[in-house]
Design a protein around this ligand. Structure first.
Ligand code: S3P
Length: 186
């Protein structure tokens, strides 16, 4: 029998609009919105920048993986905004791919657009501390195949407003729900 879909997960690089799009979608769908970065910060009792500085990126990735697994296991339907690096660990990619009632949408954005949006946010995004453009271009190259591996659907955000992106994800998700998740992924 076709599964009932439970979680809609957004992946993509820093600044691709995951949190904003997830918040708006959760309002439209009447689902809970979960921002994995915010959950990690609440559990750690400090900001992500402080966590990186005090305990290093690996400790952050451990927490991020635990929080992702816990949210995927939650029975409550939700729209989940991941951090841009949530796809780096193979276990996370596996968890996203394995869950039958979870769909993953990749908000694909060009590094030059991302630099404009988040180039100055080094205080909250530690990976962007030096050379934001160079970092975003490198992460784009490294992670593009990983986002592609987990995504059931890719949305090219170039030239689209956030409202248009929300609309596109909403339309695709509703189509998935109607078909029990068996529409061909694109
Ligand atoms: C990261 C992205 C950030 C945050 C952390 C690491 C990454 O989340 O999880 O700074 O590795 O790309 P956003 O994508 O929400 O900025």
């Amino acid at each position: 029998m076709a599964p009932t879909l439970r979680h809609l997960v957004l992946v993509g690089l820093m600044g691709s609009g995951k949190s904003t799009v997830a918040r708006r979608l959760s309002q439209r769908l009447h689902h809970r919105m979960v921002d994995l970065d915010a959950v990690v910060e609440a559990q750690a009792g400090c900001t992500i920048a402080e966590l990186f500085a005090r305990r290093g990126e690996a400790a952050f990735r451990d927490m991020e993986s635990q929080v992702l697994a816990a949210q995927l296991a939650s029975p409550e339907p939700s729209v989940i905004a991941t951090g841009g690096g949530a796809v780096v660990r193979e276990g996370n990619r596996h968890a996203l791919a394995e869950a039958p009632d979870v769909r993953v949408v990749w908000l694909d954005a060009r590094p030059e657009d991302l630099v404009r949006r988040v180039g100055g946010s080094a205080a909250t995004r530690p990976l962007l501390a030096d050379d934001p453009r160079g970092v975003l271009e490198r992460l784009d190259r490294e992670r593009r195949p990983l986002y592609g591996e987990v995504a059931d659907h890719r949305i090219d955000t170039a030239g689209r407003s956030l409202d248009e992106v929300v609309e596109a994800v909403d339309t695709w998700w509703r189509m998935q729900c109607r078909s029990g998740g068996e529409e061909e992924a694109s």
